[in-house]
Design a binder for this molecule. Structure first.
Ligand code: ATP
Ligand code: MG
Length: 457
């Protein structure tokens, strides 16, 4: 097999030699140079899949230039070397698509660990992330998808995983934010340490503060004994803060403090505690909007948003639908001890046409419901909810019989309107004269109740 080519750009001779020797011994085809100018010529000629470059170089072309230009030319995996204290440049490099950065002085093992992951990344890029490549990445996390969007996203997540940078995952409800957060954790160096998740939207300020930071006995009514918080529980590990867009200003200030100072004070205590926690935050809100209208602190937004992973809605990655359907049929065959067959083409077509306002969660529920409803092994049209079957013509017309329970009527109306607006919730909210929040809330609720109903049957 041909050896993988790697280019080392480093103006300090000692480091250049150590790196060259180590990587040659590791079985790579190594070229090394001290100059950015020469590096750029070599890159144009050979298109090295792997590049290691110092951020600062003595000549006119810096490591950042090489990173930016090489990324534009093709898609190499680039590892940056920084000196101590260059963290801002390192973050900038990550934004430009660096695979990762390491700080001098470094251990040979740090390099090799990164190199193996870069080779995997290149394999995935060159395979155009075929399902097999993705599988490798997401084996434990159970993430399905091979659309371009999903592949880019997984690459991004993999790149982000091994930095300790705070990550903000945004996307509509049901798009897989929690799933990707777990995948990031499982591919990070904090794997094996604690992964703690908290939903910030469901707790009052007092409870949220106590849950995150802990409290001392008597700090509020009901605090009958000392309690450690999640920052302490997740020490050395990862804290997943879900629905982070819903936290109040006062808690925002406290979280900002942890991110800035890496320390916090438990509720009712006077003692400061250290926090060694990687934060992954998620929200289905447009946080930047919340920043603009003053609901969310701008400084906290930028602290959280060091790396932003945007989960696309399912309607923007429809090629993944067949894979997801298979995945869920398999999942529920196991769970329900059934032998339901792969979906027929005409049913698949209906599911491909629909816009999935509730995203993957809704698809999952529709499959589970259909499997529960179908007596044999074949899912047919009548096992699908009426709201997803295309009506006659463009405008679906609904008849809601008098006496239909309000909840059902509401659901039918909202779902049909969403179909009309091709899943655009803002537009649907406007047409129906209700708040966007209400639609989002309902869609999420149905995602869950559909599943429960199906289970109960
Ligand atoms: N790519 C995927 N492959 C397989 N299953 C997925 C995928 N993405 C999401 N799911 C499934 O869809 C459901 C919803 O995913 P998840 O809870 O991660 O979404 P979310 O974005 O956090 O939603 P919410 O904003 O409502 O909390 C879960 O059951 C999850 O397992
Ligand atoms: Mg979630």
């Amino acid at each position: 097999m041909e050896k993988t080519k790697i280019l080392i750009v480093e103006d300090e001779e000692v480091y250049r030699k150590v790196l060259s020797n180590t990587l040659r011994e590791h079985g790579l085809d190594v070229q090394a140079t001290e100059s950015g100018e020469e590096a750029w010529e070599l890159i144009k000629q050979h298109r090295f899949p792997l590049i290691i470059s110092d951020i600062r170089l003595s000549g006119k072309i810096s490591g950042m230039d090489i990173l930016r230009d090489a990324k534009e030319l093709y898609n190499p995996s680039v590892l940056m070397i920084t000196a101590f204290g260059e963290i801002e440049m390192a973050v900038e490099a990550m934004k430009l698509g660096a695979f990762d950065y390491i700080t001098k002085p470094f251990e040979v093992e740090d390099i090799l660990k990164n190199i193996d992951r870069m080779i995997l990344q290149q394999k995935i890029i060159s395979d155009h992330l075929l399902p097999s490549g993705l599988e490798e990445l997401s084996k434990n996390a159970g993430i399905v998808g091979s659309s371009r969007k999903m592949c880019d996203l997984m690459n991004m997540a993999l790149k982000a995983a091994n930095t300790d940078a705070t990550i903000l995952i945004t996307g509509e409800s049901g798009t897989g934010k929690e799933l990707i957060a777990k995948a990031i954790y499982q591919n990070s160096s904090r794997k094996g340490r604690e992964f703690v998740a908290i939903n910030c939207a469901t707790l009052t300020d007092e409870f949220l503060e106590s849950a995150l930071f802990g409290h001392v006995k008597g700090s509020y009514t009901g605090a009958i004994k000392d309690k450690i918080g999640l920052f302490e529980k997740a020490d050395g590990g990862t804290l997943f803060m879900d629905e982070v867009g819903d936290i109040s200003k006062s808690i925002q200030a406290k979280i900002l403090r942890v991110l800035q100072e890496r320390e916090y004070i438990p509720l009712g205590s006077t003692e400061t505690k250290k926090a060694n926690v990687r934060i992954i935050a998620a929200t289905n809100k447009e946080l930047l909007e919340s920043v603009k209208n003053g609901e969310f602190r701008e400084d906290l937004y930028y602290r959280l948003n060091v790396i932003n992973i945007v989960m696309p809605p399912l309607r923007e990655r429809k090629p993944d639908i067949p894979l997801l359907i298979n995945h869920f049929i398999k999942k529920f065959n196991d769970k329900l001890n059934r032998k339901v067959a792969p979906i027929a083409p005409e049913i698949e077509e209906i599911l491909m046409e629909y816009d999935w306002p509730g995203n993957i969660r809704e698809l999952e529920n529709v499959i589970e419901r259909a499997m529960v409803l179908c007596p044999g092994n074949k899912i047919s049209r009548k096992h699908l909810p009426g709201s997803i079957i295309p009506g006659k013509g463009d405008v679906p017309s609904i008849t809601i019989a008098p006496g239909t329970p309000w909840k059902e009527a509401e659901k039918e109306l909202i779902m049909q309107t969403l179909q009309l607006t091709k899943g655009n919730k803002q537009e649907a909210a406007k047409m129906l004269g209700i708040s966007l929040r209400k639609i989002e809330y309902r869609v999420k609720e149905w995602g869950i109740t559909c599943g429960q109903k199906a289970n109960g049957n």
